[in-house]
Design a binder for this molecule. Structure first.
Ligand SMILES: *Cc1c(COP(=O)(O)O)cnc(C)c1O
Length: 395
């Protein structure tokens, strides 16, 4: 990097902190892909098998979805031109909301440009002064930021140990708050395990709380027709549930939705700052998502292959000294422990043409650095065999 004297003076503190990251070996670098997201990635002229994306159904590079996007752009133009409440809510957005509501079984849904923005719209809008938020300690960063915003709005926020229902119940019982909001990932993004949603729902009923569920990694993957974690657990589309799902992972495009009761969704529409003060997604994205939703519904064969590949990976690595966490989802974390060892293992795999990211603190707790293996319906049996063989040789 070349810098100017002015930049040097203004940025001395930033430069020092960047140096600290570098010294700690925590500087992150982006790899530039020269290919669409898919089972193979082209990086710097090298072809690697991709176990790094969240494209669980292999839809990100799907030609029919890309065609729907292109057709949508020709019909509706490139941009929406404004936020939804001003003039940016076009017919494809409206149609997509209705399709998502019908698919998830909730009366109504609202779409967002990203999952991050969707999460920011929910918790801080539901919970303010006099209210309380109860959040799992391993919730996604966007839910944590949403919780901090609720706190800034005057809510009491408490975090319970991961999936610890007894601890959560104690907190709920002790809280005098007028409105209580329980917030959880459905599938935890770095561990791949499921929240005990039936128990959480029971507690929500017992303490008359809202239950906010982030199904970023379950939507499209779990349950009949890929309806997600609620479907997996056979939970009802209760008015006390707000279901968030992202559309850039299994759905392969981008954006997110929140589904819930008529009143709750109307409230988010009227009051959710990260819904109101941002430009609506390009309408062609909504066209692409309508196509994607159809492929998800009809995607039992994709999900069957995904589950077969997950089983193959788990069986293949059963005897490894390094252990996979107990995950039944597409997120299969292989715990290494030491930061440098995790990075070294990821590098050795990379050199063999296998792209598996190493995840270190602070994203995961200290001492639990890991390889986060993402399995996709696009992977073949031979792909998973290659990864298993390499891991056996390297560990
Ligand atoms: C990815 C993710 C999000 C954010 O969704 P984006 O659409 O990528 O902004 C939110 N919650 C969880 C659990 C996620 O994994």
């Amino acid at each position: 990097m070349t810098t100017s004297p002015l930049e040097d003076r203004l940025s001395a503190k930033l430069a020092a902190q960047l140096q600290e990251l570098e010294t700690a070996g925590l500087t992150r670098r982006r790899r530039v892909l020269d290919s669409p997201c898919g089972r193979l990635a082209n990086v710097d002229g090298k072809e690697v098998l991709n176990f790094a994306s969240n494209d669980y159904l292999g839809l990100a590079g799907n030609a029919d979805i890309a065609q729907a996007l292109a057709d949508g752009a020709m019909r509706w133009g490139a941009g929406s031109g404004a936020s939804h409440l001003v003039s940016g809510h076009l017919a494809p957005h409206e149609a997509l909301e209705k399709e998502i509501a019908a698919f998830t079984g909730f009366p109504r849904a609202l779409t967002f440009s990203t999952g991050y923005l969707a999460n920011l719209a929910v918790t801080p809008t539901l919970a303010g002064r006099g209210d309380a938020v109860f959040a799992d300690k391993l919730n996604h960063a966007s839910l944590i930021d949403a919780m901090q915003q609720a706190k800034a709005n005057g809510a009491d926020v408490q975090r319970y140990p991961h999936n610890d229902m007894a601890a959560l119940e104690k907190m709920l019982a002790a809280s005098p708050a007028a409105h209580k909001v329980i917030v959880t990932d459905a599938v935890f993004s770095m561990d791949g395990d499921l929240a005990p949603l039936p128990l959480l729902f029971t507690l929500a009923e017992r303490y008359d709380a809202w239950l906010v569920i982030d199904d970023a990694h379950g939507f499209g993957v779990l349950g009949r027709q890929g309806k997600g974690s609620l479907g997996h657990f056979n939970l009802p589309a209760s008015p006390r549930i707000l279901l968030m799902g992202t559309l850039g992972k299994a759905a392969g495009v981008g954006g997110a939705f929140v589904a819930g009761s008529e009143t709750a969704i109307e409230y988010l529409l009227q009051k959710g700052r990260s819904y109101i003060f941002t430009t609506a997604q390009p309408p062609a994205i909504a066209c692409a998502l309508s196509k994607s939703l159809q492929l998800i519904k009809d995607g039992d064969a994709l999900r069957a292959n995904l589950m077969a590949r997950i089983g193959q990976l788990r069986d293949g690595l059963a005897d490894l000294p390094l252990k996979l966490l107990a995950s039944a989802t597409a997120i299969q974390p292989l715990i290494v422990g030491d930061n440098e060892a995790a990075v070294a293992l990821a590098k050795a795999l990379w050199e063999r043409g296998l792209w598996v990211p190493a995840i270190r603190p602070p994203t995961v707790p200290p001492g639990t650095a890991r390889l986060r293996i993402s399995v996709s319906a696009a992977h073949t049996e031979a792909d998973v065999t290659r990864l298993v063989t390499a891991l056996k040789e390297l560990s």
